[in-house]
Design a protein around this ligand. Structure first.
Ligand SMILES: [Zn+2]
Length: 407
């Protein structure tokens, strides 16, 4: 079946807007973009989106679908460690059988805001897996490991993920949670395991000022408030450094590690990033929610591998991706040139690069998987139109050549 997605304007990163054209999709692959005047009714199944802007599907590069329920139970907190203590306590007392229900709720919110790929952090040994498959959304699936769950590597579910590379919508990754939840030994073991099985990784890094202090062996609230309650203090076996310097020292084989947050960096950290080109995902609203500073917007808007994430509802006011785009736009406006275009890049191809799937998705061009969305055209500038969009303006969403939403 050959589909033609016809619209007033098509935008894709690295290309000028294309007027009155159609994206031709054969099975699940983008074939070309042609002028609408060349469309033949008997040859294509035409989906006429009329006065819309068509763009690559959004990539919400960092989310915890499973933690939707936390928002209702969270009490006000003063610091990152005190928030973490609440999360640990809440998770302990929660009935896990309800997790798939909340995952489903999160997924609906993602899809309704134009997201076609998620960078999901899975913390409940696969309770999110079936709802993700059922929704037919594309996922980079990060299996989270901490000191206390490291043995999950031997679990049936984990093993099945390593073996099963047949689901075209799922990309499997390993996610060592953070430097403050894993010993140096454990981290090394995870890196070696990932290398052996040729699996890419991801990790929260430099998210809080306490994490930086912890890694530099300065007084910090993890050691004061969190570790005494978990009766476990991870051991760092290197000299005091920043979190990135620490991880980079361990990453001798230059493995692909997607770094999440990166909002507390030193000058040398920026040098390391530029030199080693680590992929990064920023979650600006989550940083403010957790009483932290924003990432360096100017640097990351111009960095080659920056993606954008909402993080979970455990650390944000919403997981509506359009809200995150709006927020980034307002913060970037004064600092960089062409913020409208740059935001589109970060929300699509930037996320794909950060997640290591840019050969598959992130742009509308020949050979890529057909992950395509459309919004009502609300402004004569198509980029600004996307930024002005609300969920109700989503006109179509297609994932892997299948329309999952059409209005
Ligand atoms: Zn996270």
């Amino acid at each position: 079946m050959i589909q033609a997605i016809k619209a007033k304007i098509i935008v894709t990163p690295g290309h000028a807007p294309i007027k009155d054209s159609a994206v031709i999709v054969k099975n699940n692959i983008i074939e070309k973009i042609i002028p609408s005047t060349e469309l033949k009714n008997n040859y294509y199944q035409i989906i006429d989106l009329k006065n819309s802007v068509v763009l690559p599907g959004f990539i919400n590069s960092h989310i915890h679908l499973e933690l939707h329920w936390v928002q209702k139970l969270l009490e006000p907190f003063k610091s990152f460690p005190s928030w973490l203590n609440q999360i640990i306590k809440l998770k302990k007392n929660f009935n896990n059988s309800k997790i798939p229900y909340w995952v489903n709720k999160s997924l609906n919110e993602c899809i309704n805001s134009g997201v076609t790929t998620i960078g999901e952090i899975s913390s409940y040994d696969g309770l999110d897996y079936k709802p993700i498959l059922d929704k037919k959304i594309r996922a980079v699936y990060f299996y989270e490991l901490t000191n206390s769950t490291l043995k999950n590597i031997e679990n049936k579910f984990f093993q099945s993920l390593i073996r099963n590379k047949t689901n075209p919508l799922i990309n499997f990754r390993i996610f060592p949670h953070s430097i403050y939840s894993l010993d140096t030994k454990s981290l090394k073991r995870i890196l070696a395991f990932a290398k052996k099985h040729n699996i890419k990784l991801g990790m929260h890094l430099s998210e809080s000022i306490d994490e930086v202090k912890y890694s530099k062996r300065k007084r910090n609230n993890f050691e004061k408030e969190v570790f005494p309650k978990t009766s476990y203090k991870p051991t760092i076996e290197t000299k005091p450094t920043t979190p990135l310097e620490y991880l980079d020292t361990l990453n001798r084989n230059r493995q692909h590690i997607t770094l999440i947050h990166m909002n507390n960096l030193s000058q040398n950290d920026f040098k390391i990033l530029t030199k080693k080109e680590y992929p990064v995902i920023i979650c600006p609203r989550s940083n403010l929610y957790l009483n932290q500073k924003l990432p360096n917007i100017k640097f990351f808007m111009n960095y080659m591998k920056t993606g954008l994430g909402t993080d979970g509802l455990s650390s944000n006011l919403s997981i509506n991706f359009l809200d995150e785009i709006n927020f980034l736009y307002l913060n970037a406006k004064k600092i960089i040139n062409n913020p409208e275009e740059k935001i589109l890049s970060i929300a699509t191809i930037g996320g794909a690069k950060a997640l290591g799937i840019d050969n598959e998705v992130g742009t509308i061009e020949k050979g890529k998987k057909a992950d395509i969305i459309a919004f009502d055209l609300l402004n004569k500038n198509p980029y600004l139109s996307i930024i002005h969009s609300k969920k109700r303006n989503l006109k179509m969403s297609m994932i892997n050549g299948k329309i999952i939403k059409l209005r």
